[in-house]
Design a protein around this ligand. Structure first.
Ligand code: ADP
Ligand code: MG
Length: 256
């Protein structure tokens, strides 16, 4: 069986894509799954968040996408057994330009991941905060999409636009990417606005919002500066418990 590929997608920055991808990956591993985390953001936050210095890498995802290096030669082990990383580096920004006239440029990541798909149960993809060619690659590679959303005033509009984007990708690039769910992140239950937005989102997109809500939690913000996931940094925190629950929910939905 090939891995289920899940992309954490939102063209807005700072909504919790990277935090969710890294920590969901850690807890999928804790639940016995083999996981590859793919960092396709030139800012390489997931790479450094897992303790690997992106500017010290000789080869990374860029070399897979643009130079056809086998992903097996790019993937790194992490301190968590069964959590592997396909790292990003600063050169990745150039890939968008270098691939502009390449064949099948929208499907490069998909083709790359096919070569290692059997080694994993899940491949989680962390794209940049944009809708550029790298993000298109992250979408065409995906079986499922998780949309992290912050509970703010424009959340519903943003979510509706993203769903349209997924439909456009499916229609124009002949894909069948499915929404696994919207994930409410950085939730503050003492905030009336947060509670109201969460309720609206659940009402407008019934069945497409994760039951798990990720609370605002300082340990989640601190962990990456130590190159650790929340499982390694503060496993008893509220943030850790939420990502464990999310991982369980992902497993149950993927098999549904
Ligand atoms: P994105 O990848 O969408 O740009 P990040 O995951 O990098 O977003 O999150 C943006 C910032 O918010 C980071 O500094 C991160 O540490 C912090 N953050 C993310 N989720 C939480 C949370 N649940 N509680 C507290 N801080 C968070
Ligand atoms: Mg990010």
């Amino acid at each position: 069986m090939a891995a289920a590929v899940i992309t954490f997608c939102n063209n807005k920055g700072g909504v919790g894509k990277t935090t969710s991808a890294c920590n969901a990956a850690a807890y999928l591993v804790a639940l016995g799954k083999r996981v590859l985390l793919v960092d396709i953001d030139p800012q390489a936050n997931a790479t450094s968040g897992l303790g690997i210095n992106p500017s010290g890498l000789e080869r990374h995802l860029y070399h897979g996408l643009v130079r056809d290096i086998h992903p097996g030669d790019l993937i790194r082990h992490t301190p968590l057994l069964n959590l592997h990383l396909l790292p990003s580096g600063p050169d990745l920004a150039g890939a968008t330009v270098e691939l502009i006239s390449a064949d099948e440029r929208e499907y490069r990541l998909r083709q790359l991941l096919r070569r290692v798909g059997r080694r994993y149960d899940y491949i989680l993809v962390d794209p940049p905060p944009s809708l550029d060619l790298l993000t298109v690659n992250a979408l065409t590679a995906a079986d499922h999409v998780i949309i992290p959303v912050q509970c703010e005033y424009y959340a519903l509009e943003g979510l509706a636009k993203l769903l349209q984007t997924i439909e456009l990708v499916n229609a124009n690039l002949k894909m069948r990417v499915k929404l696994m769910g919207a994930l409410l992140t950085m939730f503050d239950r003492t905030s009336r606005l947060h509670r109201a937005v969460a309720k609206e989102v659940r009402k407008k997109f019934p069945g497409y919002v994760f039951e798990t809500t990720i609370p605002r939690n300082v340990s989640l913000a601190e962990a990456p500066s130590f190159g650790k996931t929340i499982l390694q940094y503060d496993p008893y925190s509220h943030g850790a418990k939420a990502y464990r629950k999310l991982a369980q929910e992902i497993i149950s939905l993927d098999h549904a």
